[in-house]
Design a protein around this ligand. Structure first.
Ligand SMILES: Nc1nc2c(ncn2[C@@H]2O[C@H](COP(=O)(O)OP(=O)(O)OP(=O)(O)O)[C@@H](O)[C@H]2O)c(=O)[nH]1
Ligand SMILES: [Mg+2]
Length: 356
């Protein structure tokens, strides 16, 4: 246990991030797709603590709903939730063309799998892609084939593959990353966790340090959750024990456990908010312990923008020492998260409004 109490996470030759203060980075994220495809629903679930059934009361978005999300790694996401009614789409493509499509970091385009007129959806997508290649050629493109829950299970894969190959053929020089999603299961969390993983600038460094921490505390698995979305943005597993890759043989067969866990904890946070009267956006727990006969787990508030989850074999000693060491490691990870940020303004400070 001595070894664990003198935690050092500098065993890998990683340059100290505190010596090179990072500037605040901004990423413009366009969320587009036709009206009713589910854009605002997913935005509310991922960033505003909604659960799936809350989305039924959302109205159609008028023009663009703009929100700024402060994020892990000194990153601010400028999220443009673009109302998808025809008149708005035409406006983005004409009068507002440069304003909407310049400086875009990421385009997330949502297709409704139930749409009756997919050919028309494709035409609109093509116009959007043309505008994007005109003003933001280096943007990343993600396509979400959404509402998959409405398709009977044995047709899902074929239908999804058909749609994706057609969408790809209309994507010009972009190479979109596709996902099949639904707000009614963990697929939405998986898609957004991957998108966010690509967005966070210094995640490779964070990942390296997370691995060192995992080894030192003799964990089986370490998970880093982004605070606002509660998505697992990074994870580490001790070798040979667990893999999250579904194509690799694993002792833990639940390959989508990270997404499931995000889903479960977000629902848990919703319930605590409902029954304790705590505002949904407030920090709702600082620590969560789970001690089962075959494994233990704790979740702690870690840095400004993260929670840390640690899975361990059963055993009180190891559990307590690991937790203590994670608390010691917090200051170091705080630097990796965002050295410049000590502001009280956290999370979504949505200034919803029209295009300027
Ligand atoms: N069955 C199913 N319904 C969904 C899903 N995602 C969203 N919905 C429903 O779709 C409806 C429309 O969703 P919105 O998120 O408002 O659609 P939008 O894309 O923002 O539409 P605009 O703002 O007009 O562009 C809501 O009633 C949601 O509950 C899904 O995955 N499955
Ligand atoms: Mg909307």
């Amino acid at each position: 246990m001595d070894q664990m109490n003198s935690l050092s996470i500098h065993d890998d030759p990683v340059p100290s991030p505190s010596s090179e203060p990072r500037k605040q980075k901004k990423k413009k994220v366009l969320l587009m797709g036709k009206s009713g495809s589910g854009k605002s629903s997913m935005r509310s679930i991922i960033f505003s603590n909604y659960i799936a059934k809350d989305t039924r009361r959302l109205g159609a978005t008028i023009d663009v709903d703009l929100s700024h999300v402060k994020f892990l790694g000194n990153l601010t996401l400028n999220l443009w939730d673009c109302g998808g009614q025809d008149a708005f789409m035409e406006n983005y493509l004409s009068q507002q063309r440069q304003h909407v499509f310049s400086n875009v970091g990421v385009l997330i385009y949502v297709f409704d799998i139930e749409s009756r007129d997919f050919d028309r959806d494709l035409l609109t997508y093509r116009s959007i892609i043309a505008a994007l290649s005109q003003f933001s050629q280096s943007a990343s493109v993600y396509i979400l084939v959404h509402k998959m829950d409405l398709v009977v299970p044995n047709q899902r894969e074929d239908m999804y593959n058909d749609r994706v190959s057609l969408i790809r053929s209309k994507s010009d020089s972009f190479d979109p990353t596709p996902f099949a999603t639904s707000i009614w299961d963990q697929s939405l969390y998986k898609a957004w966790a991957e998108i966010i993983h690509d967005l966070v600038p210094n995640l490779d460094q964070i990942e390296k340090h997370l691995g060192s921490l995992g080894k030192l505390i003799m964990a089986e698995e370490v998970l880093l959750f982004e605070r606002t979305s509660f998505l697992v943005v990074s994870s580490w597993s001790s070798k040979g024990i667990i893999t999250s890759d579904k194509d690799q043989p694993a002792q833990n067969p639940t390959y989508d456990r990270n997404e499931r866990l995000s889903n479960i904890i977000k629902n848990f946070k919703q319930s605590t908010s409902r029954y304790t009267g705590t505002p949904k956006s407030a920090e709702q727990f600082s620590v969560f312990d789970l001690k089962m006969p075959n494994f233990c787990m704790f979740l702690i508030k870690f840095t400004t923008n993260t929670y840390l989850g640690v899975v361990l074999p059963p055993g009180e000693e190891r559990f307590n020492a690991a937790k203590l060491n994670c608390y010691i490691a917090r200051t170091h990870f705080e630097d990796l998260d965002s050295p410049a940020r000590k502001s009280a303004d956290r999370g979504v400070s949505g200034d919803s409004g029209e295009l300027a």
